[in-house]
Design a protein around this ligand. Structure first.
Ligand code: NAD
Length: 248
């Protein structure tokens, strides 16, 4: 099957860890040139080195997706290093869970900013190049939490917002053959989850209540990202694909 990714430039935010790192490796294995973008340069360097060791093409970039200048400079540098971005994966994100009455404005803004402002800034920076090429793919990482989780007012709002953002961009850019979709994972086995103090409880509950009785692995999500980021998904846009083992 031809994913049509050979030689295309793929930019993945939060590519230095977890789901983003796995997606970066999967795109590279299909012949894409991968820009591994992360606030944590060390993580991005490890991932890009692993890709190069496997004969793939990848470069690491230290970028804060909430910072306009940092995002614009990175996209310009990627253009010089690898070429114009054809596929953008807005994956950077994190949680800061607590009851809303304990949540500071900084707790609220930090999560909203990485997820929503980050996706806005990165998409805005790459869309003109995609329009010029008359081809593009944007895959935004939402979460099953968009349905609303207690203790996650900030995160649930951001992850619901990213679905609206996805739909708006899909309508705005379809005429340039640019598709914009979201992937909404359930509980996935990354350090963001395994480091939680109540991880064992989360895992047991997921195994009990998920139709496919296990937590998800990073490749479960990366496979969905790669499909939506490929030529195979040319006639799919504005959608949210849930990767939750049926828990949605
Ligand atoms: N793991 C899960 O269960 C799960 C479930 C649903 C959705 N998600 C979403 O998937 C995405 C990846 O999650 P993960 O579990 O792989 O997490 P992770 O913590 O392993 O990776 C997230 C990466 O984002 C980077 N990042 C954070 N803030 C950044 C910023 N301002 N600029 C640039 N990079 C930044 C981090 O350095 C990190 O490398 C996130 O958007 C997360 O919300 C995860």
């Amino acid at each position: 099957m031809d994913f049509g990714l050979k030689g295309l430039v793929v930019m993945i935010t939060g590519g230095g860890s977890g789901i983003g790192a796995e997606a970066a490796k999967s795109f590279a294995a299909l012949g894409a040139k991968v820009a591994v973008v992360d606030k944590n340069l060390e993580g991005a360097l490890v991932v890009s080195a692993a890709i190069r060791e496997a004969q793939g093409i990848a470069t690491a970039y230290e970028t804060n997706v909430t910072d306009e200048a940092s995002v614009n400079a990175t996209v310009e540098q990627i253009q010089r290093d690898l070429g114009s971005v054809s596929v953008l994966v807005n994956n950077a994100g994190f949680t800061r869970d607590m009851k809303i009455t304990r949540m500071s404005v900084a707790d609220w803004e930090s999560v909203i900013d990485v997820v929503l402002k980050g996706a806005f800034l990165c998409s805005r920076a790459v869309l003109p190049g995609m329009a010029e090429a008359d081809y593009g793919r944007i895959v935004n990482i939402s979460s099953r939490a968009h349905l609303g989780n207690p203790g996650q007012a900030n995160y649930s709002s951001a992850k619901a917002g990213i679905i609206g953002f996805t739909r708006a961009l899909s309508l705005e850019w379809g005429k340039h053959h640019i598709t914009v979709n979201a992937v909404a994972p359930g509980i996935i086995n990354t350090s963001a989850v395994t480091n939680l103090p109540h991880y064992q409880k989360i895992r047991e509950s997921a195994e009990r209540t998920t139709p496919i009785p296990r937590i998800g692995e990073v490749d479960d999500v990366a496979n969905a990202i790669v499909f939506l980021g490929s030529r195979l998904a040319s006639y799919i846009t504005g959608e949210t694909l849930h990767v939750t083992g049926g828990r949605y």
